[in-house]
Design a binder for this molecule. Structure first.
Ligand code: HEC
Length: 106
């Protein structure tokens, strides 16, 4: 029951204020140790990620897979080859999808 209420609260928060809701989720998930929206930290700036994949219909699935399993190779010029760590199962599939949509929507 508590999960359902949390999910409903999250869904309404997403509709009301997507950026706020998902930056909170990103923080809670540990992403902000290496990412920010505006600038490169260890990983690429999420605004740059959104620009890179704009109009790329396969990007959403590839990004979900990357966040779940980790990996490297798409941002070597920016990161020097540092890998992105895997986040599944410590971040739920639903939250990984929400983070992906948030990043692609920037
Ligand atoms: C330890 C540092 C670190 C953390 C923590 C981290 N990332 Fe990353 N992330 C990276 C690096 C490095 C890359 C570049 C990988 C590459 O070259 O393909 C990356 C790449 C990405 C990309 C682009 C993927 C692509 O293939 O173009 C996305 C999206 C992303 N991260 C989202 C997240 C999310 C969401 C979280 C939290 C759940 C997170 N990252 C946590 C380091 C990190």
């Amino acid at each position: 029951m508590k999960r359902i209420i949390t999910a409903a609260a999250l869904a309404s928060a997403l509709i009301a204020a997507p950026a706020m809701a998902d930056l909170g989720l990103a923080k809670k998930s540990g992403c902000l140790a290496c990412h920010s929206v505006e600038k490169k930290i260890v990983g690429p700036a999420w605004k740059d990620v959104a620009v890179k994949y704009k109009g790329d219909t396969g990007a959403r699935d590839a990004m979900i897979a990357k966040i779940k399993k980790g990996g490297k190779g798409n941002w070597t010029a920016v990161t020097g080859g540092v890998p992105m760590p895997p986040y599944s199962p410590r971040v739920s599939d639903a939250n990984i999808e929400a983070l992906t949509d948030f990043i692609l929507g920037l």
